[in-house]
Design a protein around this ligand. Structure first.
Ligand SMILES: *[C@@H]1O[C@H](CO)[C@@H](O)[C@H](O)[C@H]1NC(C)=O
Ligand SMILES: *[C@@H]1O[C@H](CO)[C@@H](O)[C@H](O)[C@H]1NC(C)=O
Ligand SMILES: *[C@@H]1O[C@H](CO)[C@@H](O)[C@H](O)[C@H]1NC(C)=O
Ligand SMILES: *[C@@H]1O[C@H](CO)[C@@H](O)[C@H](O)[C@H]1NC(C)=O
Ligand SMILES: *[C@@H]1O[C@H](CO)[C@@H](O)[C@H](O)[C@H]1NC(C)=O
Ligand SMILES: *[C@@H]1O[C@H](CO)[C@@H](O)[C@H](O)[C@H]1NC(C)=O
Length: 351
């Protein structure tokens, strides 16, 4: 019997050895850049059925809004030189037991947050959950109660503050007070960019303040870069390094001009049914990405950039176009769809 136990243990160790050899070529292999690769057809995709996800909002539910083509749902991101683990919702909840994850940012963060909830739900359809909506702070939390895992979205357009003053609303590039809502969260995933380019009636501020100087306007990419530096100071001052893991969701690209992907006749993403299968996008990378990367370099504590820009650029087919809220939308993403891949990448980098 003793020998039997010994040989069983032996077999077990042999299996562990084999697994660790396999793991070597997997996502944990430090040499592999998870963000370089290409999109491949995968019959097992999408990761969930949008009509059975209780969290999904109309804005992103393209199938339900009448989008007729389906092949955009079937693409999986394949990094060059390694494999990504599939997002396993049960493993995720077990690893996060008693913990919290929060997405902070604009509607692109909401896009990713809802994707994550749908992925978890599809692997754990019977998991109990409760919702807590706090409108004052623009926070919505779903708690998977059996695991006590909180998945929160904090709607926050600029990360830095907008303050109402006598003469108007001032966007303050070096003031950040929302951070008190982010303390003690275990995983934080930030994003801001799309609103920095808003002008006219939908721009929610009248002036921009940088230090003691107040401007009517300034270069928005520069302003964005300064705000990311301010956010980085918050990270350095207030993140508990061995408790909280911090991610920044890179610049999510839009597709409004077909010249960028070699189809000059395309005036938007409307009618795009398949991704570019190349590993490199022919158009230019958004200038905000380079600014983001240099601002992130000013941060001393570890921040992981979820560098989703290039892989998302290839997905001209991934937007709602007219199957979102009505107006042609080539900025957000259909769900199921591209943000599921952002979450697969996040999952591979979290643990
Ligand atoms: C994204 O594309 C740009 C321009 O082609 C390139 O410089 C950069 O290295 C790429 N980044 C990743 C993560 O692939
Ligand atoms: C998604 O679920 C709905 C409702 O259960 C079902 O009618 C539909 O066939 C499913 N779609 C796929 C692609 O499995
Ligand atoms: C809901 O959120 C608010 C604000 O964060 C908090 O005070 C309250 O305790 C929460 N309620 C539940 C049931 O979790
Ligand atoms: C750190 O957090 C405290 C409390 O919220 C805040 O007063 C302080 O400004 C933060 N530090 C930075 C550099 O953001
Ligand atoms: C965090 O790290 C500090 C310094 O390395 C250490 O003193 C502390 O015990 C750690 N806390 C936890 C919860 O691991
Ligand atoms: C699309 O981009 C090209 C090249 O940058 C530019 O010449 C053209 O005016 C743009 N089209 C629209 C509709 O903005």
């Amino acid at each position: 019997m003793g020998l039997n136990v010994y040989s069983k243990t032996h077999v077990l160790f042999a299996i562990i050895g084999l697994v660790s050899i396999l793991v070597d070529v997997d996502a944990s292999a430090s040499k592999c850049d998870l963000f370089q690769g290409n999109w491949v057809l995968d019959k097992s995709y999408p990761l969930y059925n949008e009509s059975t996800c209780p969290f999904l909002e109309k804005e992103f539910n393209c199938v339900n809004n009448g989008r007729p083509d389906r092949s955009y749902l079937k693409y999986r991101w394949q990094p060059r030189g390694c494999h990504l683990f599939r997002f396993d919702g049960q493993n995720f909840l077990e690893k996060l037991r008693g913990k919290t994850i929060m997405f902070v940012g604009d509607s692109l963060s909401r896009n990713q947050w809802l994707s994550m909830l749908c992925i978890i739900h599809s692997s754990m359809p019977k998991a109990n959950y409760a919702v807590n909506i706090s409108l004052v702070k623009d926070m919505t939390t779903y708690t998977f109660t059996d695991y006590n895992v909180q998945v929160t979205y904090h709607h926050n357009l600029y990360l830095v503050d907008i303050v109402k003053q006598r003469f108007g609303r001032v966007l303050k590039l070096d003031v950040l007070t929302a951070g008190k809502l982010w303390l003690d969260v275990d995983y934080l995933v930030f994003n801001t960019w799309h609103w920095w380019n808003r002008r006219g009636a939908s721009q929610p501020f009248d002036y921009i303040q940088d230090g003691s100087r107040i401007y009517k306007d300034m270069d928005r990419v520069v302003a964005f870069g300064k705000a990311v530096v301010t956010w980085g100071k918050w990270v350095d001052a207030n993140v508990t390094q061995n408790k909280t893991k911090v991610f920044f969701q890179g610049i999510s690209p839009s597709h409004y001009n077909g010249t960028d992907w070699g189809e000059p006749k395309a005036k938007s993403c409307s009618g795009q049914k398949s991704p570019l299968l190349a590993s490199k996008y022919p158009g230019v990378s958004p200038p905000a990405l380079a600014v983001l990367k240099s601002s992130l370099k000013t941060i001393k504590k570890p921040v992981t950039l979820l560098d989703i820009t290039n892989l998302s650029l290839l997905r001209k087919d991934g937007h709602p176009s007219s199957y979102g809220l009505g107006a042609v939308d080539c900025s957000h993403w259909c769900l199921a769809g591209v943000p599921d891949t952002w979450n697969v990448l996040l999952y591979n980098l979290m643990f």
